[in-house]
Structures are given as structure tokens and as C-alpha cells.
Design a protein around this ligand. Sequence first.
Ligand code: ADP
Length: 611
Amino acid sequence: MNALGLLNAVAEAIYLLSFALVLRRAIRRPTPSHADMALFFGSLAVVIVASRVAPVVGTPEWIVVAEVAAVMVLPYALLRLVGSFSTVRPALMRTTEAVLAASVIAAVLSRGTPPGAVVLAMVGYFCAVFLYCALRFIREARAAHGVTQRRLQSVSLGSALIGATLLAAGVEPFLSGVPAAIVDAITQTFALCSGVAYYVGFVPPLMLKRAWQAPELDAFLKQATTLPHLPTTYDVVRALERSAASTVGAPATIGLWDEERNVLRFIPTNPPAEVVEVRPGELAGGRAFSSGRVEFSADPLHDHPEGAETYRRTGVGATIAAPISSGEHRVGVLCLYAPRPPFFAESDMELAGLLADQAAAVLEARALIERSAGLQAREAAARLKEDFLSAAAHDLKTPLTTVLAQAQFLEARAKRDPAAGADIAGLERLARAAERLGTLVTDILDAARLEQKHLVGEREPTDLGAVVATIAARYDDAATRIQVDVRCPVVASVDRRRIEQLLDNLVENATKYSTDHTPVAIELWQDGETARIAVRDQGIGIPAVDLPHIFDRFSRGSNVDDRRFHGMGLGLYICRGIAEEHGGRIWAESAVGEGSTFHVALPLSGEGRPN
Ligand code: ADP
């Protein structure tokens, strides 16, 4: 085989390979564009195979007719391809169909050998159509973006070169002065180059596609690092939509998943317009969100009839929707719209998927920033509340002590001398309210001391059984039974006042949150070098979600109604502080409706201050 033969064989191999690839794709994903590509490369394959087989089998007439028919399909198929991404005048389409039919009839009538004038006319016709297609592809390439633009550029180059190949081959018999070898070399070179250009344009290898996508993704990523810091999530979504639209070259919208309402929310660009809510499975976005895959629709009016009216009004003829998710967490969906199915829908789908992944990273980063800002704000608010309360508590302490003492004195005097006619019930209420106020003020001041780790004072060997007995006696009354179970004498080195406060708090809570006056049990035992106390109740219990937080400052269970159960959420915080300053710990077990058990473990030695 000489060099020309080799050139020819390589060009033919490229065309046949391209045909195999586009045919496979058309079978896997049958869209009009894929069918037209298969028709175009199929015709070329017929021409190539016929030209190889004909000399071997003695050039029968039917082969020549098939070859002519296949050649004449080429301009028609290419024009259909142009028509699948922009409008081709119907008259032009009809003309190519008529020429195709006429040339097949002429080939049959002339028994495969049309006269020279007809051949020349055909060559002229070919060149005109291919040049027209090349120009249309160039025009569309200039309007397109990214991979689509590069693919269209390749296709336009392939069309121009194939036109030139056919021109050179067609005029060869009429060029008497030029050596045939030169014309052949030119023809074969054009054929090879057009084969490569078409291959690259219609079925580019993955590596090339990735390389083509890189600049767009780079530009997107460069922005992506700054996007999460925009003032609001709305701004971030808008910026992502703009970037995606300019990368793909089609309008883009992002819908964010609303966990509470179970809908995707699309916020309109122009604020007076209403937020669009889409349920999973609905429209292009909802479907991609449910399936977790990039979804392409070449006919949204048919595929999503529920949105037909909107699609028709906004001139949407094709949609690509890509789910935005980070790991298992579904964040939203990215939707791209086009007036007609994209020529290279697959590339656009891949790009949409990549952009959605980037958008997920940006939105996750944004959510993190918002969460940490929220945490900081909550921390600051809690600090402010605490500072304010402890300042107020300081100032309240002295007058409150006087009010409390006076209320208790008046209550006692009224009870001693009922005949004096004082309002005993009113004075009792006054004294209880003053006591409650006193407890609140003490709690606030203790919480502030706890912050400084100055809550626990001098420790001394203390009989914890006696402490338990004191507290039990305080709460054991007609309404509540306190069951005490002291399994052995336990003496620990502790700040007695604070341990009493801790136990008082636990038993007070146990009675307060036992609305049916069910019994409360206090258990005391020794476990090695540790004193163990448990306070059990059969009250309302604590929801599992709240359990990890109930020892935090100002934290209250979500099943606790402020009007029914008074409290500030400081008691357990102080209890934890007391236990930990003693080198011990406190924890709770609970089930809603069944009751709670609070456990305390204290080292007997009193050593091991954590601070
Ligand atoms: P307060 O009782 O003033 O709200 P605490 O810090 O003592 O504050 O308790 C924090 C929260 O823990 C309470 O609001 C309540 O929701 C829950 N809690 C504490 N003890 C019990 C208990 N024995 N039974 C049910 N819930 C409890």
C-alpha cells in the first residue's frame, strides 16, 4: 500500500469508527440529533464499504446505485443536523429531499453512470450545501459556549473540508492538465482532515471533552471560593445561577430543598414575582431531585405536562436538570432551559452535573458559614443575657433579702394571731413569691460564679446519708412521697452546702416535673472510691433530642411549658458545675412519659478538681 492508500485507509477507518460510535449512542439514547448523526455517518459508511466491495465483485449496477444514493443522503442528513439546533428554511429542506429522490431515480435510469454534466451539477450542489452548513455551524458556534462551541467549530471545519474533498473528487475527471496523483493527494488529505474534525466534533473522546470543559470549570471554581461569603444565601444562589448560565450558555435556575415544607423553592429573579414551589417528582427539577440523576428532556411539554403552560409561555423546548447534593445530603437542583433540544445534549448534561457538584460545595460552605454565625450569635446572646442578669441579680439581692425577711415576718405574725384579721393567704403567696425570686437571684449569681469556677468552697468530710435525709425531709409531704434508700454510710470530702444545693435541685425538679405526684426515690451507695447518688422519678420525662443539652445554660426541655413549669434552665447547669468542681460527674437517663433518673458520682477523697 502506498502513502495515498494509507491516507485513504486511515480516513475511512476514522469514518467507520465514528459511525459505530454514533450508532451505539443513537441506540442507547434515541434523540432526533443522534438519529441524524447516525444517518449522516451511516451514509458515509455505505459509500466507503461500497467503494471497497464494488471492484471485488465486478462493480454491479445495484452497488453503484446504492453508492450514489448514499452520497446524495449526505447533504440532506447534514442539513437535518443544522436543523436540529436552529431553523432551516423548509424550502431548502424540501429541495434537498427532491434532489435526493431525483438523483436516485437518475442513477437507476442511467444504470449507475450519470453523464458528465450531471456529475458537475451534483458537485456544485454538494459544495453549495456543505458550504452553507459549514457557515451555519460557524454561526451557531459563535453563539454557543464551552464544549458545545468547540464541538460546533470542529463540525463546521469537517463540513467545509468534506465539501472541499467532494469538490476535488468531482472535478478531477475534468482537470486534464493536473496530474491525477496530486488531485488524489489533496482529496485524501481533505478527507482525512474532515474525518478527524467530524470525529472530534461528533464523538469526542472523554479526555478531550474534559480538557474542553476545564476552562469553564476553572472560571466557575475561581468564583466559587468567594461565593459562600456573599451577604445572603439568596445572593449566593443568584451568583451560582449567573455563573452556570454563562458557562453553559443557557438560562439557569437553582431550587433549594426546604426540609420543613418538603418542596424545592425557586426564588424569582425579579422580587415581585412569587416563589415557585416544586414537589419532588414534579417538572424537570423535581424529577432530577427524586431520581438523583441528571435528567434531559427534549420535549418538556410532553414529559412534564403539569408545567406545559409555563414552558409554552416562556418558550422552553428542552430542559436539563441536575441534582445538587453533597454526599447523602440533598441540597437542591440546578435547571437549564433551552428553546430547542441542545445539539450535544450529552456534553451539556455532563457539564450540568459538574456544575451542580460545584454548586453543592458552594452551598454547603455557605450553610457552614451560616451555622457558625448562628452559633456565635447565640453564644453572644447567651453571654449578654448572663451579663445582664448577673448585674441585675447583684443589685436585686439586697432589697430582695429585706422583702423576703419582711414577708416571712408578716406571714409568721399573721399565723400567730389569726384574730388580728390579716390576709394570711395573701401573705403566704407574697412570702412564696419572694422565696422564688430569692432562688432565681441566687441561681443567677451562682451561674456567674460557676463561669469563674468559684462555686465550690472549703470541703470537709461529710456524711452524705445525712444530706440525703435533710433534703428528703424538706420535700416529703402529703403531696409527694420521697423514698430514701441509703445502702451504706458514705462519707466524702465535699462542700456540704453545695452538695445539698445539688441534691435539693434534683429533688425539686423530680417533684416539679411529676405532675401526678408519683413517688420520688433517692438512692445513695458507694462504688469503690466513688460516692453514688441517684434521684428517680416517674414524671413527664425528657425528650431524647433535649437530653444531651439539659445541663447547658438556660436550656429547657421542649416538652416543658413555661406557664405551667416555672424555671429558667439554670438549675442543672449549676448542678453540673458543682459535680465537676468536685471532680465528679452528673448525667441523666429518661424516657418521655415514663420518668427520669439523675445520677451523680463524686470522688470520696475530694481530690481531682478539674480546674
Ligand atoms: P428549670 O427546671 O428551671 O427549667 P433545670 O436546669 O433544673 O431548669 O432543668 C433544665 C430542664 O431539664 C428543665 O427545664 C426540664 O425540661 C428538664 N428536667 C430537669 N429535671 C427533670 C425531671 N426530673 N423530669 C423531667 N424533666 C426534667
